[in-house]
Design a protein around this ligand. Structure first.
Ligand code: ATP
Length: 489
């Protein structure tokens, strides 16, 4: 996959109603995007894939939907008020702001692309060190030493490196004097932590157990890049798994394996995934790894798996004065009850938008079709059938002779279970191509023969093979091809 393909994917996403820049009529809003009529379907299906795999397939995991607004003390306890910041640097000529670590990472990627592995390794080691030490002057001197110039102005006229908190704030309360500063959540996880005992008690959950949640998160990212890869408003799908202290390593390994398997089931190519261990842990973690995906612009983080210790629950207990402990009645190997303790937590956290982008990039294909002087290129999204925005498109060959009525009747039977697309305009070939570009796995064409013998043509997206089948058989084919067990089993 190349940068060139990436540009095509981005324009395809807009042209076919998957993703639009937010408030586009006002020239957009930096790093904020809207999902269009087809994007929202794909996004909902991906969310469902995650929810089913995490909640429906695990007896000991339940879901919640916590509010985006939370008591401001939440963010004190979680460490986000004091520690959730990135090192930033400004170019004095272009007035553009950058993340210092990302400028250096881009240089590493450049060295890798040029085959200068030694240089890349050397800079990576230096970057790891300044990151680990949070050495702001160190970032600056690396930027100088490696002669990194601003991509806009081309100059090396940099400010010092400063810390920048990524949380958005606003006020709660109608009157100015009532106003109290609150934050838009920068992660969904805290809604789970503060509800830990509510869920445990009302659901009579026994350790180990998990709480899952999907929802919006907000980060004032210093630099917006790579389309929906780094957004200021995005969606996370997170699961906190509460375990006995001392068993976190084993669960961490379990979730690492489970999550990478889940990604690979999508069929985007096993080699497109890799683990990347963190050198610098977030303030809450004792172990952390990223699952990276091979995007057209290189391997980048798609999901984080963190062993969060008892950091969050302990701090919430301290700041709220409420006990965040679990009573474990089970006996250890010496016959002694474990008793009360604050559980340890292993978290899995995947960005829905980054997942969407991985699926879109890897399933976008341009294929040469036809023969001789009739060679043509078709664009196809080879999505797993269950994830496609439309599962089936139904076309009457012409607008008359009762064909639309037959087509409508087929839709009326299928629409309770499958999202169906109906179209009667344009040549059939054109209609097929439009569905290929949306990822619709099946097209059904109703023609004059259908009136005589109750058969239709079914066309398969990936092979473009067309078959004559009885109308009565459509359901059977859809049921065997479009089902969750293909991904979940
Ligand atoms: P990065 O290093 O890329 O900024 P992160 O390590 O800060 O990401 P986490 O805090 O671990 O990310 O968040 C978990 C997941 O949420 C990430 O793996 C990613 O998929 C998603 N995510 C985080 N920030 C963004 C963003 N700005 N836009 C879209 N998705 C995001």
């Amino acid at each position: 996959m190349s940068e060139e393909i990436f540009k095509k994917v981005v324009s395809h996403a807009k042209e076919y109603g998957f993703v639009f820049p937010s408030s586009e009529i006002y020239d957009g809003l930096g790093a904020v995007y809207d999902y269009g009529q087809n994007g929202v379907e794909l996004k909902n299906n991906l969310r469902q894939y995650w929810w089913k795999a995490m909640v429906q397939m695990h007896e000991n995991i339940v879901g919640i939907d916590a509010a985006i607004f939370m008591h401001p003390k939440t963010w004190k306890a979680s460490g986000h008020i004091d520690g959730f910041s990135d090192p930033m640097i400004d170019n004095k000529d272009s007035k553009k702001r950058y993340r210092a670590d990302q400028l250096l990472e881009d240089k590493i990627t450049k060295y890798e692309k040029e085959g200068k592995t030694n240089k890349a390794d050397e800079l990576q080691a230096a970057l790891d060190k300044v990151t680990l030490d949070n050495d702001l002057a160190g970032f600056k001197s690396l930027i100088e030493q490696y002669e990194i110039a601003c991509p806009i102005s081309g100059t090396r006229n940099w400010t010092d490196v400063r810390q920048f908190n990524l949380m958005f704030s606003t006020e709660m309360g109608a009157m100015a004097e009532d106003a109290d500063k609150i934050y838009l959540r920068p992660e969904t996880a805290q809604g789970i932590f503060v509800n830990f005992l509510n869920v445990q008690k009302t659901g009579r959950m026994k350790i180990p157990f998990g709480i899952a949640q999907t929802g919006k998160a907000f980060r004032n990212e210093i630099i917006a890049r790579q389309f929906i890869m780094r957004m200021r408003e995005f969606e996370q799908m997170e699961m906190q798994f509460f375990v006995r202290p001392g068993t976190q390593k084993q669960w961490y390994e379990y979730w690492k394996e489970t999550r990478i398997k889940w990604h690979k089931k999508l069929g985007l190519g096993d080699n497109n995934y890799r683990f990347h261990n963190h050198v610098k842990m977030a303030h809450y973690a004792d172990d952390a790894v990223d699952i990276e995906f091979n995007y057209p612009f290189g391997f980048k983080e798609l999901e984080g798996i963190h062993s969060r210790t008892d950091f969050d629950l302990k701090n919430h207990q301290e700041l709220s004065g409420k006990k965040m402990q679990y009573f474990d009645a089970e006996l250890d190997e010496n016959g002694k009850a474990y008793g009360n303790y604050i559980p340890y937590v292993v978290e899995t956290s995947v960005g829905l938008d980054r997942l969407f982008l991985s699926v879109l990039c890897a399933s976008y294909k341009e294929e040469e079709v036809g023969e001789g002087d009739k060679i043509d290129t078709r664009v196809v999204l080879s999505l797993p059938a269950i994830l496609a925005p439309y599962k089936v498109a139904i076309f009457p060959l012409t607008k008359k002779d009762g064909l639309p009525e037959v087509a409508r009747k087929i839709i009326d039977e299928l629409k309770f279970d499958y999202n169906c697309f109906y179209e009667e305009k344009d040549a059939i070939g054109k209609r097929y191509r439009r569905q290929d570009a949306l990822g619709t796995p099946f097209c059904i064409t109703v023609d004059h023969e259908s009136l005589e013998n109750q058969t239709v043509t079914i066309r398969y997206r990936d092979t473009m093979v067309q078959e004559r089948i009885p109308i009565a058989k459509i359901r059977e084919i859809l049921a065997s091809e479009v089902n969750w067990s293909k991904l979940l089993a």
